[in-house]
Design a protein around this ligand. Structure first.
Ligand SMILES: *[C@@H]1O[C@H](CO)[C@@H](O)[C@H](O)[C@H]1NC(C)=O
Ligand SMILES: *[C@@H]1O[C@H](CO)[C@@H](O)[C@H](O)[C@H]1NC(C)=O
Ligand SMILES: *[C@@H]1O[C@H](CO)[C@@H](O)[C@H](O)[C@H]1NC(C)=O
Ligand SMILES: *[C@@H]1O[C@H](CO)[C@@H](O)[C@H](O)[C@H]1NC(C)=O
Length: 404
């Protein structure tokens, strides 16, 4: 608005009127009145105009502050959306992880194929067994194999508690499968064969009640006898005849019972194992900084034959097994992850940890509560968070004379 020019115009008009009045005619007076009226009208309009301008400025100001307000809400909106996007993408990540976990849990086509392979292998093992019995003298001392790889995983079944153990009786000619669910119970389920065990519908062929509950997940069956840690004792091992459920022998393992064998399985204090050489028990000993100690037991009398202190630590371990007198210790994290063998101890001192690289389990999230090696099958029977799984292993010849 040209606010400056209008007052100037008014001054000019006033001067003009002054000079006109001086002439004193009535016509002039009329004109003056007329002009004065017009002037008043113009002033009115002018003030109106100024008011309008003022209100318009006010409105513009209001509008711009409104716009500014909108902008700030918009930007806060945007940051809110961004944080929501972030949380959504984190959730997507988590779901992806869970999916992978589930996918790994569901038996896939390749697992089914593997089952056939498993049967084939069992036939081969049976054939091999026959050949072996023919050349028994040679076979009995033939224990020069070392683990080179854990090849494949097969999920056989989902049964029982998240924690437990299952295994086959590794004595020659036996196909029986045993399932001991939970880390404290006295009910043993027996299946006549792996085939029957695998059938989801099949009931156990025998349900046995032990005279005393077990503790942990470290039991084994050998030649129809169950060897296990008796509940409510620090270190007592029982040998029970599974035909009639009677305790035939018992022993106390010196140094055991004060520490869980594996820090990731805090309920297991004694872990029994069977390999080509016989019956073993593994425990963690406070006197050796919590490292694992292996003891060879006489499977007949439970007498202690010999004890070896290993350098393998119990911390972050979840299980272990023996193969040809070599202890292989499996480590993981307490959140579950990919299991690895990172420590081994050979009683013959022919294999050394530093010459064997870390051995990985097949890629999968796992949390093993027990792992049992079967010397006939050369397979590992594991309990993975309520799933019963089988790992095939690859061995290489470990020539003792060459290694020395
Ligand atoms: C013991 O095991 C049996 C069969 O597996 C089960 O039915 C029972 O609930 C278990 N008992 C306890 C105390 O966990
Ligand atoms: C499976 O179980 C059934 C019934 O208990 C038995 O008759 C059959 O012989 C078993 N199969 C094998 C291969 O043991
Ligand atoms: C249980 O069976 C064994 C043989 O397997 C026998 O020596 C023992 O006397 C039996 N015990 C009972 C209580 O029947
Ligand atoms: C299974 O054992 C793990 C530790 O090894 C423990 O955290 C978990 O609570 C156990 N699960 C059950 C159902 O007892």
């Amino acid at each position: 608005m040209s606010g400056g020019t209008i007052p100037l115009l008014l001054v000019c008009l006033c001067l003009m009127f002054g000079s006109v009045q001086n002439q004193g005619s009535s016509q002039d007076a009329f004109i003056i009145q007329y002009l004065e009226r017009r002037l008043a009208q113009m002033e009115e309009r002018l003030s109106l105009c100024e008011q309008n301008t003022l209100s318009l400025t006010q409105k513009t100001f209001d509008l711009s502050s409104e716009v500014r307000g909108c902008q700030s809400t918009l930007s806060s909106f945007r940051s809110e959306v961004k944080t929501q996007m972030d949380s959504v993408s984190a959730r997507v990540d988590r779901v992806e992880g869970e999916l992978e976990y589930l996918e790994n849990k569901i038996p896939t086509q390749s697992d089914i194929e593997m089952e056939e392979a498993l049967l084939e292998q069992q036939i081969k093992v049976a054939e091999l067994e026959q050949i072996k019995t023919k050349a028994k003298l040679n076979v009995e001392n033939d224990c020069s194999t070392a683990l080179s790889q854990i090849k494949s995983l097969k999920i056989v079944k989902k049964a029982g508690d998240p924690n437990g153990s299952w295994f086959k009786d590794p004595s020659e000619g036996s196909a029986k499968v045993y399932l001991l669910s939970g880390f404290r119970n006295n009910t043993v389920l027996e299946f006549s064969s792996l085939e029957n065990f695998t059938k989801t519908s099949s009931l156990p062929d025998k349900v046995m009640q032990l005279p005393f509950s077990w503790r942990g997940t470290g039991h084994v069956v050998y030649n129809g006898f169950l060897y296990y840690h008796k509940a409510d004792t620090p270190n007592q091992i029982l040998k029970v005849d599974l035909l009639n459920g009677t305790v035939v022998d018992s022993t106390l393992l010196p140094g055991a019972g004060r520490l869980p064998v594996y820090s990731l399985n805090p309920n297991t204090y004694l872990d029994m194992a069977v390999d080509e050489l016989g019956l073993w028990v593994i425990h963690a000993d406070l006197e050796y900084e919590g490292n694992l100690v292996i003891t060879k037991l006489d499977k007949g009398t439970l007498g202690i034959e010999y004890t070896w202190d290993t350098q393998c630590r119990s911390r972050d371990a979840e299980g272990a097994f023996l193969m040809c007198g070599t202890l292989y210790v499996v480590y993981n994290t307490r959140f579950g992850g990919r299991s690895t063998i990172q420590c081994l101890y050979d009683i013959h001192d022919t294999i050394h940890s530093n010459e064997s690289p870390v051995i990985f389990f097949p890629k999968r999230y796992t949390s093993h509560s027990s792992i049992h090696y079967h010397p006939g099958d050369k397979q590992l029977y594991a309990w993975d968070d309520g799933y019963q799984t089988v790992y095939k292993v690859e061995t290489r010849s470990n020539d003792k004379t060459a290694a020395e």
